[in-house]
Ligand binder design. Structure first.
Ligand code: PMP
Length: 344
């Protein structure tokens, strides 16, 4: 395994922090009379604090992904995981992080909030990585953030190129795999045994169909997870969300069947767009959305909205001039999109 000095990478004041110890950390048994957490004793579904370490959810998710529980941190959406990584490793006003453009807009927002400089390296015309360009500017950076499959482009980044970056960089390489369950390319989880500097984020918001419960997962070497646990808010995943996520993990066949349906719908939408005279380019996608180019994205966006179909106008994103991003919906929703688009 490629090893890195995680302690040296950690933000100075976080190096000596210990996690807040809650009542439920100090006694995690299930039996007894609980008079330790100043809760209201009258029974209801939610009068008790949730498990701060989300042990059951971690255990089930670890089984699903073939990792160990101590390689997982669970957050209020994967956005919280990304924020925790910035806060645990980057010195505000001093450190810098490297990412790609175009990509998910929250990286910039989180960098700004945490007063961390973000250097964005352009993907090429096919939205593929240039690992040498990234490694050249990442000298001295705390972290490189990659997104695969990438948002808003939809394509998976080359695994070989990501591995080249993992080999050549001694900070953290965070790969955002929010859309991994729609991809033909396998997850990088299998590379965790080879790279201590690899961190992966995944989410219940996409393939699992649970954007509303805000559950995201960070997967990394236990030493990285231990640093993140030092700054994690104690009860960051509420009881209802933990329970609903666990119930969903008991229905993985249903999740898989929905993913299959969405991939079929994705093919149907691509086929429609391919035969449409107003569409000049459709970008390859491994996600549950399709980026495509028209002659005037603002016009098409406005016309679709007028007829009650809302898609995302990405024309201002780097390299995405006149591009629209279409999420794959149900069969009926996609039919509606196609009908309205045809009439414009
Ligand atoms: N990463 C990417 C690439 C995304 O597109 C999104 C949501 N659009 C997220 C992360 C955020 O996911 P979550 O709902 O888990 O915070």
């Amino acid at each position: 395994m490629k090893e890195i000095d995680i302690s040296a990478l950690t933000r100075y004041n976080v190096q000596s922090l210990t996690p807040y110890s809650s009542a439920r950390d100090e006694f995690s048994g299930k039996e007894g009379v609980f008079l330790d957490a100043n809760e209201n004793p009258f029974p209801s579904a939610v009068n008790r604090y949730p498990d701060p370490q989300q042990r059951e959810l971690k255990s089930k998710f670890a089984d699903l992904r073939g990792v160990h529980s101590d390689q997982l941190i669970i957050g209020n959406g994967s956005d919280e995981i990304l924020d925790l990584v910035f806060r645990a490793f980057c010195e505000p006003g001093k450190d810098f992080v490297v990412t790609i453009k175009p990509s998910y807009g929250m990286y910039k927002v989180l960098a700004n909030i945490n007063d961390v400089r973000l250097t964005e390296i352009a993907l090429d015309a096919n939205f593929e990585l240039d690992p040498d360009a990234i490694l050249a500017v990442a000298e001295g950076a705390k972290m490189i953030i990659l997104c695969s499959p990438n948002n808003p482009t939809g394509n998976s980044l080359s695994r070989k190129k990501i591995i080249k970056i993992l080999e050549g960089f001694n900070g953290i390489v965070l790969v955002d795999e929010a859309y991994i369950d729609f991809a033909t390319n396998p997850s990088l989880v299998s590379e965790l045994k080879n790279f201590q500097n690899l961190m992966i984020s995944q989410t219940f918001s996409k393939a699992f169909g649970m954007a509303g419960i805000r559950v995201g997962i960070g997967i990394a070497h236990p030493e990285i997870i231990e640093v993140l646990n030092r700054i994690k808010p104690p009860y960051n995943v509420n009881a209802i969300s933990q329970e609903m996520a666990l119930n969903r993990l008991a229905q993985v066949d249903e999740v898989a069947s929905e993913v299959t349906q969405l991939k079929l719908e994705r093919s149907r939408l691509i086929n429609f767009l391919e035969h449409h005279k107003s569409v000049s380019r459709i970008y390859p996608t491994d996600a549950n959305f399709i980026l495509f180019k028209v002659n005037d994205a603002n016009f098409f966006y406005d016309e679709l909205v007028k007829q009650g179909v809302i898609i995302r106008n990405r024309t201002t994103a780097f390299g995405c001039e006149n591009c629209l991003r279409l999420s794959v919906g149900t069969k009926e929703e996609n039919n509606r999109f196609m009908k309205v688009f045809d009439n414009i």
